[in-house]
Design a binder for this molecule. Structure first.
Ligand code: NI
Length: 202
């Protein structure tokens, strides 16, 4: 009886050990496979075709931006903080780049097409570096670029009017319109400049 009980316990322990081993092996397997998949899966495409208008009402498409790298960001003229701050920073980047600034486009895309007409955008951007290009469009055109660039922007009611919650990152695109990275909201100027210098190949 004692021997049988011992044998039973030994069997239980062996089964538990085997099952545990299989589970660990499986878990490692899944993890390894996941890690390998993560390495080969391409970054989800950010960017692509769009058609908008600039502050003079001229049509601008993704094809027009090619040939020069671009720092693009998305916002709206009624923005109380993120947009003016980013535009001040972008103006400082352009100044700091010196002659290399010619190799870069800085583009501000409105995510509030209902209010941001080309005229309003022009007046708004006149407070910042003149080299910053402003783009806007119809609701459908802006929706299309938001989707292509995976930009988050959502109207939020505010009293009788509204504000827009939106992504604050600056998108860095190479001369072929390919996404290469971002400058984060309030990233240190040295870090942002290093990224921009790399982008323009300086
Ligand atoms: Ni903003």
């Amino acid at each position: 009886m004692q021997k049988l009980r011992l044998l039973l316990w030994a069997t239980v322990a062996l089964v538990a050990f085997a099952v545990g081993g299989v589970m660990i092996a499986r878990w490692l397997d899944v993890d390894l496979a996941g890690g390998m998949r993560a390495q080969v899966t391409p970054v989800p495409a950010i960017g692509g075709a769009f058609s908008l208008v600039d502050t003079e009402g001229r049509r601008v498409s993704d094809a027009d931006l090619k040939g020069k790298p671009a720092a693009m960001f998305f916002g709206f003229t009624h923005c109380p903080d993120v947009c003016p701050t980013t535009l001040v920073e972008a103006s400082a980047w352009l100044k700091a780049l010196g002659p290399d600034a010619e190799k870069l486009r800085v583009v501000f895309v409105s995510v509030d097409p209902e209010r941001d007409t080309p005229e309003l955008l022009k007046a708004y951007l006149s407070s910042f570096d003149a080299r910053i290009t402003g783009l806007t469009g119809t609701v459908a055109e802006v929706d299309a670029i938001k989707k292509a660039y995976r930009v988050f922007a959502r109207k939020v009611p505010q009293g009788a009017t509204y504000t827009v919650d939106h992504s604050a990152s600056v998108y860095l695109m190479d001369a072929d319109g390919r996404f290469t990275g971002t400058i984060a909201w309030q990233e240190a100027p040295e870090s942002a400049l290093a990224k921009l210098r790399r982008l323009v190949g300086g």
